[in-house]
Design a protein around this ligand. Structure first.
Ligand code: 4AD
Ligand code: MG
Length: 474
């Protein structure tokens, strides 16, 4: 077997494009083995592509006992000659000279050997599902999108800012935070008034996992101009839906001197860039997913590129939805001015009414976070803020953002109105005290983007190890 190390191993992706006639070394995992007493056909995959390379083993050259160990899931090193394939489906195959079984795989115990290959079943074996074509494709697309995100912002001169994961501020004010503590929960230290004594805790104060890096992002943007964050985000909302995770990744650009229109232009350019990047670089994997799960996928991806997203105020959207109800559309949740839209309303606007992505703006102040810029001249009871949500087909909200309130006075008033603790926010308010500027930003949910790009229906299937209520396995 020493000879095997003389030739450098080529990945399956390269081998499938290589010229026949050369000696090659391939390594990977067995997907299937078939054939008869004289000849065996082994489909080998190494995760570099959704396609397998076919290894042909002439049984005149191999021990029966060796080939018996070549079972689905086993890992192999194969040396041989790359030859033109006679069978259809692949251009080349490996005529094996030597086969080494690197790791055997007990067919009785291998979790992917089961007949059940449903996405639900695969979630229960999330530690093994990357070995399937479906999850190989998803992981490669996920990587390509992460790379494209960095490339997009780097090319524009944005600075990648790392914001803290442990924080004392609830940026979104929704209160859905996971507490971080080293206090002994069996014996929590209490103050005289009976409240928990957080001065005894690790940080000397109550801390949680972040729901957003935005507030710290604003500190960066008001110093170096344009930043983006890209990191994990945690929300303890008890939403068991196909679109919510308790731990998800978010990209949050924040730009000094941008108003809401600049913000919308950037958001639209950004998602179109990512979709185009996927079409340009992930076509094999997209074609596989299109054929296996969603035959409208590639068409849907293309459909968002050539058009301008529909821009629409919240108030106009309410009118459209109310008209729809009058004409007989049934929604589970009622709509009227002041209510937050549900995904069914968002999807109605995108899929039924406009037939393209929608950028909603100018939401009621009461349903949005404290930092959004307040609109001038609103009728009493109809106060709105310069929020901006990008809604996508099949998904609903994929991006949430806003122009930020740049006025110290208005920001302080809003913080007081909402009864928020100022003590934890003085550092944030400093951005408005010292050289405040108009600025804007948004957050793209990375897994929501991946739902759109892969066509998967459940967000648990676009992250390697999903965290959802009552589920933190692996
Ligand atoms: O709309 P959200 O809550 O906005 C913010 O967090 C702002 N601080 C962003 C900003 O302006 N910098 O969240 C932004 C996006 C949503 O549009 C959605 O795509 C995603 O994050 N998101 C989730 N994705 C998966 N699971 C969840 N539980 C999510 N909550 C929000
Ligand atoms: Mg939102």
């Amino acid at each position: 077997m020493n000879e095997m190390s003389v030739i450098t191993r080529k990945k399956v992706k390269e081998l499938l494009l290589a010229a026949p006639g050369q000696e090659v070394l391939a390594k990977g995992w067995v997907r299937t083995k078939r054939g008869n007493k004289q000849i065996k056909f082994i489909a080998l995959n190494d995760g570099s592509t959704v396609h397998n390379i076919q290894v042909v083993a002439d049984m005149a050259n191999f021990d029966e006992s060796l080939i018996a160990k070549v079972t689905t899931g086993a890992s192999l090193a194969v040396k041989g000659v790359l030859v033109e394939s006679v069978g259809s489906g692949q251009a080349v195959e490996i005529q094996a000279k030597e086969i080494e079984v690197l790791g055997e795989c007990d067919p009785m115990r291998y979790p992917l050997q089961k007949k059940d290959t449903s996405l639900e079943y695969l979630r229960t074996v999330a530690h093994m599902r990357p070995r399937t074509n479906t999850f190989g494709a998803i992981l490669r697309i996920r990587h390509a999108m992460a790379f494209a995100i960095h490339k997009f912002f780097n090319d524009k001169g944005f600075v990648y800012l790392n914001t803290p994961l442990i924080t004392e501020s609830d940026a979104e004010g929704a209160g859905d935070m996971f507490q971080v503590t080293t206090l002994n929960l069996e014996n929590v230290p209490k103050k005289d008034n009976g409240k928990v004594d957080f001065s005894k805790d690790f940080f000397g104060k109550k801390t949680s996992l972040t729901v957003s890096g935005q507030l710290e992002g604003e500190l960066g943007a008001t110093a170096v101009g344009e930043i983006y964050t890209f990191g994990p985000t945690f929300r303890a909302e008890n939403s068991n839906t196909p679109r919510h995770l308790a731990e998800f990744w978010m990209i949050e650009p924040e730009m000094a001197f941008y108003d809401i229109n600049d913000n919308m232009v950037l958001a639209e350019e950004f998602v179109k860039y990512l979709v185009q990047y996927a079409l340009d670089n992930c076509m094999d994997d997209l074609t596989f997913l299109n054929n296996k799960y969603d035959d409208g996928l590639i068409e849907r991806l293309r459909s968002v590129l050539g058009i301008e997203f529909q821009r629409l105020t919240y108030t106009d959207a309410v009118t459209i939805l109310e008209e729809a109800v009058k004409k007989g559309t049934q929604f589970e949740f009622p709509v009227s001015w002041g209510t937050d839209f549900q995904s069914e309303h968002e999807r109605y606007l995108v899929e039924k009414h406009f037939g393209k992505p929608v950028i909603l703006t100018d939401f009621p102040m009461a349903i949005k976070a404290f930092y959004m810029k307040q609109n001038e001249g609103c009728a009493p009871g109809r106060e709105t803020v310069r929020g901006m949500d990008v809604l996508f087909p099949k998904i609903g909200e994929i991006i949430g953002g806003s122009e930020r309130e740049a006025s110290l006075e208005k920001l302080e008033r809003r913080i007081t109105e909402l009864g928020m603790s100022r003590k934890n926010l003085e550092w944030y308010i400093d951005t408005r005290r010292f050289g405040t500027v108009p600025h804007s930003g948004f957050g793209l949910g990375f897994e929501r983007l991946l739902l759109f790009v892969t066509g998967m229906a459940n967000i648990r299937d676009v992250i390697p190890f999903p965290r959802t209520p009552k589920n933190a396995e692996f």
